[in-house]
Design a protein around this ligand. Structure first.
Ligand code: KG4
Ligand code: ZN
Length: 352
């Protein structure tokens, strides 16, 4: 019966592509549980995620996280209509743990299994907060491993890449610059905090691939490695001169450069394609300056902006469940039980 919540699909989503073991449960577009176990503290001293450490942590966290999710939602595995799992992109060993677990649960409970794309799932989580996505939309996907602009004609299958980073991902740039500034890993949140007390105009850091000569070949592409090098040179110059590095100013100016480029290109993509909705998704979408600047520029361009709340921007199981729920509702066929984990799954493949 339409509107009867009991008739909407109950979907469980499993996420293990990087360092977060996430299990989310949704009914339709209602979030019932979002259990998370993070191995981030185990990677901190290495300044980046160590794949083998992440895989082992997923293995240890899987069953307790599943139990927490089911208890939180007040359901049993037997109640769910489908299981969704991140099939890629991500770290090979980490993905394998989630995919193997999902297959085990699906076979044991006799449930259909959906292998889904991590990047599309970052977009789908917004449905839980802001309702059905007006399509076509443009999505700016910015995480630790990816930075891309995609055209979303249909979130269940019609996703077309427009551009991507040609070197570092936006989150990777935050993580590397944090390290240069002596801030902890992952670098996004401490840079965001430090920048609150800084002057975003203090240093004019470069805006990669925004020159007019780059507009033909790289209009929707990003480059952050020159920016990272510019920050390194600036920090070295302070050290050579024997003056303390003004961490807040550098953080604010760096964050401004990233936010400026991301929002400028995202709004251009909307305008060029006659699209009136922009979704910003992925861990970097939690950034306060990116959110604010995207808000200003979308308002000026007449584009509706959708950004999930910060806790849903970083990796979690709810996003996988949200995409799974959308696929079930659209009548998309489940995956085969021998579906592979694909570390390089292209953004255009929403489910496998
Ligand atoms: O999506 P995500 O949780 O994992 C990947 O799929 O990579 O993104 C993690 C990235 C990290 O690089 C982290 O530094 C960044 O998101 N991040 C942020 C913020 N919170 C997390 N970057 C900027 N500002 C933030 N507030
Ligand atoms: Zn992610």
């Amino acid at each position: 019966m339409p509107g009867d919540r009991g008739s909407e699909p109950l979907v469980l989503g499993i996420e293990t592509s990087c360092d977060e073991t996430g299990i989310g449960i949704v009914r339709g577009r209602t979030l019932l549980a979002d259990a998370l176990a993070s191995s981030v503290a185990e990677h901190a001293r290495f300044g980046g995620v160590v794949p083998e450490v992440a895989s082992r942590a997923h293995l240890e966290a899987m069953v307790p996280t599943m139990e927490r999710a089911l208890a939180g939602a007040g359901v049993a595995l037997a109640d769910v209509d489908a299981i969704a799992v991140t099939a890629g992109p991500g770290l090979a060993g980490a993905l394998l743990v989630g995919v193997a677990a999902a297959k085990g649960y699906a076979v044991a409970a006799g449930k259909p299994l959906y292998g889904v794309n991590h990047l599309a799932a970052h977009v789908a989580v917004d449905l839980l907060e802001h309702g059905p996505l007006p399509e076509p939309a443009v999505a700016l996907l910015v995480s630790g491993g990816h930075s891309s602009l995609v055209l979303v004609d249909d979130l269940t299958g019609g996703v077309t890449p427009l551009g991507a980073t040609i070197d570092d991902a936006a989150g990777e740039a935050f993580d590397k610059v944090a390290r240069l500034l002596g801030l902890p890993f992952p670098g996004g949140p401490p840079i965001d905090r430090a920048a609150r007390d800084g002057d975003r105009d203090a240093v004019a850091f470069p805006r990669g691939l925004t020159a007019s000569k780059d507009q033909a070949a790289y209009r929707y592409d990003f480059s952050f490695s020159g920016l990272k090098t510019a920050v390194a040179r600036w920090v070295e110059a302070c050290q050579r001169a024997g003056v303390p590095v003004p961490v807040a100013d550098v953080a604010a100016s760096f964050q401004e450069a990233v936010s400026d480029v991301l929002t400028r290109k995202a709004v251009a993509a909307c305008r060029d394609h006659g699209v009136s909705t922009l979704v910003v998704a992925g861990g970097v979408a939690a950034n306060s300056r990116l959110r604010a600047l995207a808000g200003q520029r979308c308002a000026a361009a007449g584009v509706g902006l959708r950004v999930p709340r910060p806790a849903l921007c970083t990796d979690n199981g709810a996003m996988v469940a949200a995409l799974g729920s959308r696929l079930v509702a659209a009548g998309v066929a489940p995956s085969r039980l021998d579906l592979p984990a694909d570390p390089a799954l292209p953004v255009s493949l929403v489910s496998v």
